[in-house]
Design a protein around this ligand. Sequence first.
Ligand code: SF4
Ligand code: SF4
Length: 164
Amino acid sequence: MLEKTGVPEPEQVKKITPSEERFQKGPVAVVECFQNIPCDPCRYACRQGAIKEFEDINDLPVIDHELCNGCGLCISECPGLAIFVIDATYGKEEGLIKLPYEYLPLPGQEEEVTGIDTEGQAVCGARVVKVQNTKALDRTPVVTLAVPRQHLMRVRSFVRKGGE
Ligand code: SF4
Ligand code: SF4
């Protein structure tokens, strides 16, 4: 399915999902990179050494979730837009997802949007908590969404009201 549609199988996602114990400790990166392609900037973006050294540039990234502090520096460095930072400790009902977002116009803070999954299907209502678009992000802005906790591992992008 992945090769044809770009959508990973649930089993693939399960393998790279941090443990519930790790989620309870605070923000953590989820690296949804499933294809062996010549690419490794995530490895060099991480100052915590959480993304292990690649033996070959075609390797899939391997992350040590215990070393990851959820800083999010790797998000905009990934040309595959495959890295997300999830904070399941944000609130009782809501958690946060930091995601790369390369569409214009950018949403505004507190804007209500619709969270969508990797297939582009609507998952839930979401709220824009923060928009980062500094020069250092090199034209890959990072948007932080608040979503219901049960959808933290499903929402991977969003559409604005009116379909943008
Ligand atoms: S979020 Fe920060 S600490 Fe975690 S893998 Fe990315 S760069 Fe490393
Ligand atoms: S930078 Fe992104 S696409 Fe490239 S290896 Fe790392 S996670 Fe995969």
